[in-house]
Design a protein around this ligand. Sequence first.
Ligand code: MCN
Ligand code: MOS
Length: 795
Amino acid sequence: MKNFTDKTRRNLLKATAAVSVAAAGGLQVKNTHAAQQKQAPDCAQNHSQHGLGAVPQRKDGTLKVSGHAKYAAEYQVDNLLYGVVVQSTISSGRMTGMDTQAARNAEGVVAVYSHLNSLKINKPKAIAEGGAAQSTYTPIQNDRIIHNGQNIALVVAHTFEQATYAASLIRVEYAETPALIFPEDNGATPQDQSSLTITLGDAKQAMETAEVRISQKYATPREYNQPMEPHACIAHWQDDRLTVWEPSQWVSGARKEIADWMGIESQNVEIISPYVGGGFGSKASPATHVALACAASRELKRPVKVCLTRPQTFTGFGGRASTHQSLEMGATREGKILAIIHDGYNETSLDDVFAEGTNHVTARMYSIENITSHHRVVPINTVTPGWMRAPGENPSAFSLEVAMDEMAYELNMDPLTLRLKNWAAHDYQMKKPWSSRQLKEAYQKGAEAFGWSKRSMAPRSMRQGRELIGWGMASGTYPVSRQPAEAELVLQSNGQLTVKSAGADIGTGTYTILAQTAADVLKIPQDRISVALGDTRLPLAGVAGGSQLAGNLTAAVFKTAVALRERLFTLATETQGSPLHGTPRDKLVITDNAVIMSMRPNRKVTLEQLLQLVGLPALNITANTFEKDVSAEERKKLISTLSTITQPEDVSAHSWSALFVEVAVDEDFGTVRVKRLVGAFDSGRLYNPTLARSQWIGGMVMGMSQALLEEGQIDPRNGRVINNNLADYRIAVNADVPEITTIDVGQPDYKATVMGGKAVGELGIVGMAAAISNAVFHATGKRIRDLPITMDKLI
Ligand code: MCN
Ligand code: MOS
């Protein structure tokens, strides 16, 4: 092929894109914005190409694609040592011996730490107790083994290769005891999570009166977050202060957990994490290899880097717990759902409770008066499971939304019609009005874009050659949460603005939307704004988890930017010698690096002039969204716990989605190909429509992956994860992903959040697996209720 100029390349790309759109069934809608701006408060005004709602380039885009964004393990620290983790090979019992002699003698080895040394690591406070630890397992403190792949030793050497080789020389003797490998094993004891019990009306009695009933079991396997950047950290002590380069969704939490482990004050720990190569929940709090790195570095008085290998990431921390559910649904012949009885459980570790609440959406989606639901956890010999994109909502929507499809077939009613028949005009569970719910619009716009009305109801009624075609749908939801935050803005006299926050950008777009928020208020173009994130030395922020950070940080930056603008107006009108001295401040605006009078633009003072007049090199403003009387000390505490996360009080605030899928199933081989995905979403106001779409499609792809591919296979003999690598643990790749259409049906929702946006990051995955399972049923007539939907289940 000849050299392409950039222009020909662009044209070619355009042409290819057009062809793939046409191939996907001639879909025209790619990212429509049905939302109309309503009468809105100050924070929604002033849309420009730089402000909120615009789609400027990603702030971190160039740095990332050019390799200049530095990830934790890439920092160059002098005198660095390398630690390699050793993991257990049994699930349950005690270590009766560990031979570390050969490892110690191996070339380059500096130290071997295990339960045989007395390297003290303290038990961290769990999230449920107001701490920041997802797992309270504290490595190398004793000889007890509670799961296969447990971190039991750390070998430290001059190079990674030396440490890896030496680690392979360690021999462990075990006294094995019978393990609970699966939650169904004899001896596994379910524990009720009473806080998750739902009792609405009288489900048992209502079920008896139902003319049509379905009752089925649903299951999801162990799933793993598997971000591109594996878990890797560098711990570095300088006297009694500890710096940790650690990829983190929550630097204040990481700081707290590490301080707990080391038995020191939080203020002596700094976490540096400006870029995170994906986390999907798994980087919410540091895993135990970080404790090992920190303890070893303290002992050796040298920085220590510990990178988990890809296989070690399967047991070095937990992914999504396997879940099991039974769901019974009763309805009238006309399709009014009368009752649901829904019970579920998930596996957890022996030491910690992690609840993957299988009934998070059960009572939220529809107008069902009678619901009984319980959730239990079953402790077994596994690592403590952790957050994975939409924990709870995800498996919950899988069972409910497949059950809705099953009911639709029992009633011979279109699945979308059944959902509309059971429309919830308010939140039946919380007994509160919705803050906003554009779900009908999502159903309608999604169905229209997909061509849902052309669907024939009968399974196996659509085909294309050897392939059976199936159309399925489902809906999803995710709640809106809030936590206060701080922000700092620094305006230089040359008009350069810096926005600072400790909050994370884990690939979501935080850098970009915070620049947009400041630009909105201060009318400063993007290229003059820089954003600093992900560092405990920056202003306080909570977790990038529960899809709330965007709302929390835009609110803090907005408030700070308004304070900065007010300060500029005060200086302009009150500083002797200012050309605007004495002018009424309500006539002032900022534009082009200057404060001007809106009606008489020639009356102005440039920022440079103004700062010179007051004798300042820069203006520096910090503001926060905490309650007024909360002290600085208290604010630090509030941000290093999740117990301060709240939901709006008077309303029930959620994001909503309607998902439509086309699959093609090869009748002979049972292979499923997703042909098209259409998602219509209500996430309220979008701070950046391109980034929001990027999040939605990321969630949809992850849901597709969950539906068809992902499954941790556990060896029943010893609890080992058999497919603990990216060749065997399959994840959807580009070639699996079809054309995806997203439709924005959101309206700014100022009851949900200050800035009007609702949750985005996890919404796309919720309901996706159900939509695909429903499409597979439509194609094949086979109802698959246990994920993933693999060929063996279809032929
Ligand atoms: N956004 C928007 N308008 C809104 C809300 C959000 O435009 N009304 C866009 C913004 O670009 C924002 C992003 O969506 O940066 C995500 O915002 P939000 O929904 O508040 O989610 P968080 O910032 O709290 O991010 C965490 C969320 C979670 S909990 C998981 S899990 C997840 C997810 O984000 N992990 C991710 N998306 C991910 N995306 C990437 N690339 N990598 C991960 O690890
Ligand atoms: Mo997301 S699973 O809440 O980090």
